[in-house]
Design a protein around this ligand. Structure first.
Ligand code: NAP
Length: 526
């Protein structure tokens, strides 16, 4: 372990090393890459520094100045992009395609909010465009304004997106004027750590504006109080635990969760096996199951097809999935890498056991028979696995159990209402994709499934391949889903700032109110 890097944390304007040691490994070779020393950190000081110095810095800046800070951060990160890509390969087994989602996606989210903030100009708060008269004479009126929440933000992230998960939260938080303390998942902290290191080396983080806690940080919420915000991404179990914390339940800390979900794709009843849209459907399923080895919160877990096409789809998908080259992402031609750790592989095995109790295995189901790359050890690998459930009405596990890996379950539906009823069994999901060339099929499915989702993707022959896919979260669109998916809402342009803003009905004399809010940025009524 002589050459092992020790990962510290950044807060109170300096890097600090805690005690303890959690090893970060390369899931391909199982070699130790680094150790996180995250015990014994003074988390109270981290919160206090953000609350005082961080807030003051951001409060002194206009939206355009905060946007310029985001832009500078994005430019600095862009310069080191290849370094992070290498770390993502080592610590998470990412292929070059996976890197685009996490590293490039994270920098793109920063740039997007930098561009949006620049347009907000020299304002520091928002005002809604609608003026509300409150008396008949026109003396008394109200304007709804939106200002930064008075506290700080804690961002707790999942292991699968150490870059995107960090920046898609940091960008709206800082633009809204709220300093952020980021806690990446410990096992994948290498990329988050390196990115923050780039920014501190470049002197781009004003004191207290952005902090990084590497390690378990299990007492971080104890330090929070009214006016603070927690944005969490991870499993539904951890979300439930954090939601029950006294900081949230008693002290009124705002809490938003992006949790796991049993996302779906529906093949429309109008399509036949030879149609172009059927081909688009197969392509998308294969991509979704294998990108990031299925470790995407948005990945398709349930595939609903008309019962007459069930066996055709099973056979066509199986042919495509078994062609996937699995192995060391450093080796030529590898399309899919390992799961991120032996623990994730074990969790996937446990989940698969629950699903195979009610499903047939069409392909995969275990460690791939062969791995590409001479250094690849089998411990963290799972073959792309397609399951088939012939009786989804009476099989709870296929609607409840998220296997966080390259695993999806195919199931038949009788008619569109049945398809919608099966989708609803997921109890709220991030995204569903509808594949149909028929407007009436699309409209019926939209009506019957939209209420269960934060996003729907409709693919037809005219859209063809002109989209970035079911699993890609665009910063223009909201990300998050109801119910089991956590009930949160991130991104979506300015909507993403809502978590970090307080809306206040400002009442007063009509003309004076108009004058005092004249320089505010207009909230576009979203
Ligand atoms: P996880 O085990 O729930 O952990 C998520 C984060 O919470 C980690 O940073 C973890 O820290 C931290 N954590 C756990 N217990 C905590 C506690 N008591 N106090 C404070 N922090 C705590 O989830 P994961 O395994 O990292 O991620 C996989 C899950 O995330 C999947 O279910 C996936 O669907 C979901 N996910 C959802 C989205 C979305 O946008 N909806 C995006 C990505 C992933 P440690 O690492 O230190 O334990």
């Amino acid at each position: 372990m002589a050459d092992t890097i020790a990962l510290g944390s950044y807060f109170d304007n300096r890097w600090q090393m805690g005690t303890g040691s959690v090893s970060l490994i390369n899931p391909v070779t199982l070699a130790t890459l680094a150790e996180v020393r995250g015990e014994g950190l003074d988390l109270g000081t981290a919160v206090q520094c953000a609350r005082s110095e961080g807030r003051n810095s951001l409060a002194s800046m206009t939206f355009a100045e905060r946007a310029a800070l985001l832009r500078d951060m994005a430019d600095a990160l862009q310069n080191d992009r290849d370094h992070y890509a290498e770390l993502a390969r080592q610590n998470s087994g990412n292929t070059p395609g996976d890197v685009m989602f996490d590293i490039d996606g994270g920098i793109a989210a920063l740039k997007f909010y930098a561009g949006m903030g620049k347009k907000l100009g020299n304002a520091k708060r928002f005002v809604e465009s609608e003026h509300q008269p409150l008396d008949r004479e026109g003396h008394w009126a109200a304007r709804h304004i939106m200002t930064s929440v008075p506290g700080i933000a804690v961002h707790i992230n999942a292991f699968n997106f150490p870059s995107w998960g960090m920046w898609e939260k940091v960008a709206p938080s800082l633009l809204a004027g709220v300093p952020a303390i980021v806690k990446p998942a410990t096992s994948a902290a290498l990329v988050s750590h390196a990115m923050i290191r780039t920014l501190t080396d470049a002197g781009l983080i004003p004191s207290g504006v952005l902090s990084l806690i590497c390690g378990s940080a299990r007492t971080l919420l104890d330090e929070l109080d009214a006016g603070d915000v927690v944005a969490f991404t991870g499993s539904a179990d951890t979300a439930a635990k954090l939601r029950a914390h006294p900081a949230v339940q008693i002290r009124g800390v705002r809490f938003q969760a992006e949790a796991d979900s049993l996302n779906s794709a529906i093949l429309g009843s109008d399509l036949d096996q030879g149609s172009e849209t059927y081909g688009l459907f197969l392509r998308e399923i294969q991509k979704e199951m294998t990108v990031k080895s299925g470790q995407k919160c948005t990945a398709i877990r349930r595939i609903l097809v008309p019962e007459t096409l069930l066996d055709d789809v099973a056979s066509d998908l199986s042919v495509q999935l078994t062609k996937t080259t699995v192995g060391d992402p450093a080796a030529e031609g590898v399309r899919m890498g390992p799961l991120q750790s032996p623990e994730q592989r074990e969790a996937a095995r446990t989940g698969l056991e629950q699903l195979t109790a009610v499903c047939e295995t069409v392909c995969g189901g275990d460690t791939p028979a062969s791995l590409t790359g001479e250094n690849a050890k089998p411990d963290c690998f799972l073959a792309p696995t397609l399951l088939l459930c012939r009786d989804p009405d009476n099989s709870n596990a296929v609607h409840d159990t998220e296997v966080f890996g390259p695993v999806a379950t195919l199931m038949p539906y009788r008619d569109l209402s049945h398809a919608a009823a099966l989708v609803a069994r997921g109890k709220g999901s991030l995204v569903s994709s509808l594949f149909t060339d028929d407007d009436s099929v699309a409209s019926t499915l939209i009506d019957q499934t939209a209420g269960w989702h934060g996003r729907l993707l409709w693919v037809d022959a005219t859209l063809g391949k002109h989209h970035l896919g079911h699993g890609t979260v665009m910063p223009q669109c909201i990300h998050g889903g109801p119910g089991r998916a956590g009930g949160g809402q991130e991104l979506g342009g300015l909507r993403g700032l809502t978590l970090y803003l307080q809306r206040t009905a400002l009442q007063g004399q009509t003309d004076r109110l108009a004058a005092i809010t004249a320089g505010d940025a207009v909230w576009p009524g979203v």
